[in-house]
Design a protein. Structure first.
Length: 128
């Protein structure tokens, strides 16, 4: 797999966008004004965004205090949360269980549909 930074740099270079120099700065940025940026295709703008994103270092951008606190809270509860996780199969089994009101609504919807579009009576599965 190609790292995201390399992918973005290759995409940007292929589109004629400025690429990362040896010093880590984007060459050619001084030549792009807002009108020129607006003329770039969506793919070119996304490649440029990718280059800018990949140029950021963790030490250059600090999370706001509230986001850092939330991240710390989530990381500290990660192991316990894993013990409460359910598999997709378990979740899917729970989702197909209908409450009595939901079952009644489903039957009403099936009756309405059958009245509009006659079909053989066993076309719908009416499980109790």
């Amino acid at each position: 797999m190609v790292p995201a930074g390399k992918r973005c740099a290759e995409a940007g270079a292929g589109l004629g966008l400025p690429v990362e120099s040896e010093r880590g700065t984007l060459r050619g940025m001084q030549g792009l004004n807002s009108e020129e940026l607006a003329r770039l295709s969506p793919e070119e703008r996304l490649a440029l965004i990718g280059q800018l994103w990949d140029s950021l270092r963790d030490t250059e951008v600090q999370l706001p205090e509230a986001q850092q606190a939330e991240l710390s809270r989530r990381l500290s509860s990660l192991d316990q949360d894993r013990t409460q996780a359910v598999t997709w199969e378990q979740l899917r089994a729970e989702l197909v269980v209908f409450t009595p009101p939901a079952r009644a609504e489903l039957v009403d919807a099936q009756d309405w549909y059958e009245a509009k579009h006659p079909v053989p009576r066993d076309a719908f599965s009416r499980r109790s």
